[in-house]
Design a protein. Structure first.
Length: 52
């Protein structure tokens, strides 16, 4: 089971369409790349090549 990470100031913002967008700060706290092509991925994942 994955552990729950409490959200803090600066971990996300709301996009115009109403979705929550996680920032690089949150991804670094999480500690791994989910390989979903996140907008602010600090791990360098590229969904086009499926590699980091």
């Amino acid at each position: 089971m994955k552990k729950t990470i409490p959200l803090e100031e600066g971990d996300f913002y709301w996009a115009e369409n109403g979705y929550r967008v996680f920032t690089a700060q949150y991804h670094l706290k999480r500690g791994y790349c989910c390989e979903s092509g996140c907008r602010h991925c600090p791990y360098g994942y590229d969904p086009k090549t499926n590699s980091q």
